[in-house]
Design a protein around this ligand. Structure first.
Ligand SMILES: Cc1ncc(COP(=O)(O)O)c(C=O)c1O
Length: 444
């Protein structure tokens, strides 16, 4: 099929998530290598989005593909429901435990970020039931993102109408996020005393501590446009959750596996959650796979209980073999250190060069999960009209890059393996897009 026919057929037959029906981007990807994507018309693009912050090791990493092929030849599938077992899933558990914060060494294998979070909620409910209480409420952050399936969509709280058609589900509570540039409490860091974190305590007390099962948050808000928290935020959250006996679920689906310059983002603040949700980078995004890591306390409490979660594909041997290989690469090639270094240089260039542009309001983010916020006016922090997102996406493609742009936040999240030289080229494209913005682009 020719490119125009592919695009036409796609528009007429495929449902794409998180976009209006029958609105595709007019681009069909055919092949990829490293940080480069190629479309069906032969155009090459730098992938500065890592495909929804997914392909942390770059496209088509040979070592990971070889591990998958080897496993496929040996054993393509064997299930682990009902107590059955396969070798790659056990070996992966052992390996994953060596890189996670201490104590998080019990695992449920999953397929996507959403079903990992869904399982975390089920584990929280089961844990409290086993403890003899019926705590059930889940507190999450405004503008948080935890997936689109029905079980988690209520915890997802993006402003863009993801849950509008759904009936209300009791027990989901949202509190303001750590979005310092537009503080919900109209305060300024650090004089604010982290009112956003304290608000969790207020909310637990208000709801009744005997009813709150868990608090869930991303360590850096991803889908909302890469907002990083102040360093005191998560240590405070950890303390509040301990104090009120509320489980703290750390959603590292996007931030995990080196994205923020640490293997897992909570390492920035030496915080250990009760559960951690993982997906995406666990297999460099090449197959659907994820993991829910739970503490020994949770695992031991559930000992002997019937466990009602999991699916046929949990512990798929090919995914497990790939994940083991990815961990080897992240560790041996010191990818966290690489991301910290390249990310720091990118951030300082953004602060020096980008921030002085007329419509760049702030620079945000950790590691290679960076963003600038585009405003109509730096003083009033006016929000541009929604049409700007498409304009930026289109101009990025014209300039040879697939950009990560969410509303008025232009992200920078290339594969974590990007070289310094490639990163400079990528940033040149971002700078060029930002410096050419005109008032009419922001008003459309
Ligand atoms: C923090 C976080 N949680 C959950 C999800 C959902 O993952 P999936 O799209 O694999 O369902 C995402 C997806 O971007 C995410 O960023």
């Amino acid at each position: 099929m020719r490119t125009e026919d592919l695009i036409k057929y796609d528009n007429e037959h495929l449902l794409h998530g998180l976009t209006p029906v029958k609105k595709n981007q007019g681009l069909v990807i055919e092949s990829a290598d490293g940080v480069i994507l190629k479309d069906t018309s032969g155009k090459t693009l730098m992938d500065l989005s890592a495909q929804a912050i997914n392909v942390n090791l770059g496209h088509n990493h040979r070592g990971v593909l070889e591990a998958a092929k080897e496993q496929m030849d040996r054993l393509a599938f064997s299930f682990i429901l009902r107590g059955f077992a396969n070798r790659p899933s056990i070996e992966l558990a052992q390996k994953l435990a060596t890189i996670l914060p201490e104590g998080l060494d019990h695992f449920l294998w999953t397929q996507t970020g959403a079903d990992t979070v869904d399982s975390a909620f089920r584990v929280a409910n089961l844990y409290w039931k086993t403890k003899g209480t019926r705590k059930y409420k889940i507190i999450s952050l405004r503008n948080g993102y935890h997936g689109t399936s029905r079980g988690v969509a209520r915890a997802t709280n993006l402003a863009q109408g993801i849950i509008e058609e759904m009936p209300p589900i009791p027990g989901h509570i949202h509190i303001p996020a750590y979005y310092c540039y537009r503080c919900a409490f109209d305060k300024e860091y650090p004089g604010c005393g982290l009112q956003c974190a304290r608000f969790l305590e207020y909310t637990i007390e208000n709801e009744g501590k005997d009813s709150v099962a868990a608090f869930i948050a991303e360590p850096e808000q991803g889908a909302a446009g890469f907002m990083a928290p102040p360093p005191e935020y998560f240590p405070m959250i950890r303390e509040i959750c301990h104090k009120y006996d509320v489980l703290y679920i750390d959603d590292e689906v996007m931030t995990g596996f080196t994205r923020t310059g640490k293997m897992f983002a909570v390492e920035h603040w030496n915080v250990v959650p009760d559960m951690m949700c993982l997906s995406k980078g666990i297999v460099a995004g090449y197959l659907p796979f994820g993991a829910l890591a739970v503490s020994s306390e949770i695992f031991e409490t559930l000992s002997g209980q019937f466990f009602p979660a999991g699916s046929t594909e949990s512990g798929n041997p090919i995914c497990c073999a790939m994940a083991s290989k990815c961990i080897d690469i992240y560790v041996k090639e010191r990818i966290p250190e690489h991301v910290a270094q390249v990310g720091q240089l990118a951030r300082s260039r953004m602060e020096k060069e980008f921030l002085s542009l007329p419509y760049v309001g702030t620079v945000d983010g950790l590691g290679l999960m960076l963003a600038v916020e585009i405003v109509t006016d730096k003083k009033t922090k006016g929000r541009p009209s929604p049409g700007l997102t498409d304009i930026i996406q289109r101009r990025g493609v014209e300039k040879g890059a697939l950009l990560r742009v969410v509303s008025n936040r232009l992200g920078y999240s290339p594969p974590c393996t990007i070289t310094q030289e490639e990163s400079e080229r990528g940033l040149n494209i971002l700078y060029s897009v930002l410096s050419e913005l005109k008032p009419r682009d922001l008003a459309q």
